[in-house]
Ligand binder design. Structure first.
Ligand code: MG
Ligand code: ZN
Length: 217
């Protein structure tokens, strides 16, 4: 996790991030780009979900771009590219989250006129990405049944900082002995009964169309 221990310094970092996030948002709007920030643990299925959404949006005639945020390597970036998405790789080095400055730099390297929808994959982590808005229109948190039934209870902050929550891999819920209803109940309680977690299996292509329509696309 990030190593800022001085409270006033952390305040400055977050304030600077918010300012840059606002600039990113405005730049994306200037280019008529709708953007989504996908947050979630390693292995929750963010890359697979992004690729599936990308394929479906491309079939609707939309031009899809993506930013793959990872500490190191090109695995997710390569998968996105191979699926036909106009992807940009963003290695964070030691950082366990993307921040608005990294996105700012990425946006200046990308051909924004060739993108209608930008899908950003944050670094796999349910903690600090919540503190660093990137300037996206929507923030989505993706968890999967393989993480156990207590993710909402353990990480309420990230769920409260996102617009949409997705529970992936429901097709193997029985095999990992997790009841999706428990997770759905926790999320509903956390959001005061105002929202429901979206059940999905990227592998079986179930629930993905609903997520896309919930994103307004
Ligand atoms: Mg990934
Ligand atoms: Zn972090």
């Amino acid at each position: 996790m990030h190593k800022i221990t001085d409270v006033s310094m952390e305040y400055d970092v977050l304030r600077e991030n918010s300012k840059l996030a606002r600039e990113n948002y405005e730049l994306l709007k200037e280019h008529d780009i709708m953007s989504v920030d996908f947050m979630g643990s390693i292995g929750s299925g963010k890359t697979s979900l992004i690729i599936k959404i990308g394929e479906k949006l491309a079939a609707k005639g939309l031009k899809v771009g993506a930013i793959a945020g990872d500490v190191t390597g090109e695995d997710d970036f390569g998968r996105m590219k191979r699926s036909g998405i106009d992807a940009y790789n963003c290695n964070t080095g030691k950082e366990c989250h993307l921040d608005a400055n990294m996105i700012h730099r990425a946006l200046h390297q990308m051909d924004l006129d060739r993108i209608d929808v930008l899908l950003i994959e944050n670094v796999g982590n349910l903690v600090c990405p919540a503190d660093f808005p990137l300037g996206a229109d929507i923030r989505v948190v993706v968890i999967s049944v393989t993480e156990g039934d207590d993710m909402v209870r353990k990480h309420p902050d990230i769920f409260l900082h996102s617009d949409l929550a997705v529970l992936n891999k429901i097709d193997i819920a029985d095999a990992v002995d997790v009841d999706p209803a428990v997770i759905a109940g926790d999320y509903s309680r956390l959001t005061g009964g105002r929202r429901e977690i979206m059940m999905c299996s990227v592998k079986k292509d179930s629930g993905v169309d609903e997520i896309i329509s919930e994103m307004g696309l």
